[in-house]
Design a protein around this ligand. Structure first.
Ligand SMILES: *Cc1c(COP(=O)(O)O)cnc(C)c1O
Length: 357
């Protein structure tokens, strides 16, 4: 599908943030966005890169009432040689369609997803920050916009992509987070939408997140929705526990989001000579293993921070420390290797990187 590029008026060009340490996450957006529409009669049509601006939507639009929405998250990096790299965008395209199917939304050609992003990022590449740890965060999303209050899948959709230059997550160095194992609220249940990247999962997670913050914890670790006994994932990260040379993560069970970073950590772990294991992790056994000193490190994986070391875990009135509260050796190694591949500092032996022209 041809993507037309609409002109950008002088007044629609924003000033870039000069001090890249002030970028933060997802607060600044570039000058242009991609928008493609779908209707039952026409399928996907009217693909255009246009000025970044608000949508005009009917107050009865489906997304506002019944949350027919899915999204993705990936990053573009500007390499030292000037090339612009994306990390495994075809994985995001595939997952986007799995989410679309779960939410009864139309399938988007994977090539349109990847090519649309490449063209948009190519046009906006001057917005990619270059300081260590910074990148251009890419947010594709799809919403149902049909103006009707009947509960049905929408007959009209917007697929859009916006871009946000983001700062270094660990500007002040790697900082281990403290995590509270949630034993009241649940994020997802078998047969629910846990495996789909949909805003509703986040809306329903906010309350637990706020309550954990009030108790002094950074993030919530979710248990399974049936028995509240098995480790699922954290906020927007998959979880890993390191037992010496063995890396353990929760097996994908339909209610856990299948992270691209998770998949990359598993491949990299194997390459580094570790045993990697996807299994059911019983929270009681995990706590006992941590107390017995068997779990040497723990970390989360996700696009935003890549790897997040976990220093503390709280469950039912008890707090345990991991890796002496510092950053484990393997955690550091995985972070350095993944970010090295993404930024071109290390060779990409897996063929994970693709370039924007
Ligand atoms: C996006 C997301 C992740 C991490 O996925 P990546 O592809 O590694 O960024 C993990 N859990 C949830 C709930 C997510 O939405």
């Amino acid at each position: 599908m041809d993507i037309s590029v609409l002109p950008l008026a002088a007044g629609q060009m924003k000033a870039k943030v000069a001090d890249e340490s002030q970028l933060g996450f997802g607060r600044i957006f570039t000058d242009r966005m991609l928008l493609v529409e779908w209707t039952a009669e026409q399928g996907w049509h009217n693909a255009r890169i246009k000025p970044y601006e608000p949508f005009v939507l009917d107050p009865s639009a489906q997304v506002f009432h019944y949350a027919q929405e899915i999204f993705e998250g990936l990053k573009a990096y500007k390499w030292a040689d000037g090339r612009v790299a994306l990390f495994r965008p075809e994985k995001n395209a595939r997952r986007f369609n799995l989410s679309a199917d779960r939410l009864c939304m139309p399938e988007l050609p994977e090539e349109l997803f990847v090519e649309g992003i490449k063209q948009l990022v190519g046009l906006e590449q001057d917005w990619i920050p270059t300081a260590a740890g910074t990148s251009l965060y890419i947010r594709p999303a799809m919403i149902g916009v049909q103006p009707v209050l009947g509960v049905n899948p929408s007959d009209h959709y917007y697929f859009f992509v916006i871009l946000s230059p983001v700062g270094a997550y660990y500007a002040a160095g790697f900082k281990p987070v403290s995590i509270m194992v949630e034993d009241h609220y649940v994020r997802a249940v078998p047969g629910g939408t846990g495996e789909a990247k949909t805003g509703g999962n986040y809306a329903s997670s906010l309350k637990a997140g706020l309550e954990a913050k009030k108790k002094g914890f950074d993030q919530v670790l979710w248990l399974d929705g049936r028995e509240q006994r098995y480790i699922e994932e954290v906020g927007a990260m998959n979880m890993f526990f390191v037992y010496g040379n063995r890396i353990v993560t929760s097996a994908l069970n339909g209610s856990i989001l299948s992270g691209v970073t998770r998949d990359s950590v598993l491949a990299l772990g194997k390459k580094l000579g570790c045993t990697v294991e996807e299994t059911k992790i019983d929270v009681n056994e995990l706590m006992a293993d941590i107390k017995a000193g068997k779990v040497t490190e723990a970390f989360g994986s996700g696009t935003a921070a890549v790897i997040t070391p976990v220093g503390k875990l709280y469950y039912k009135g008890e707090t345990v420390q991991l890796g002496g509260g510092g950053v484990g050796e393997l955690t550091q190694k995985l972070y350095d290797t993944l970010t090295g591949i993404q930024t071109g500092a290390l060779p990409d032996e897996f063929g994970w990187v693709t370039f924007v022209k």
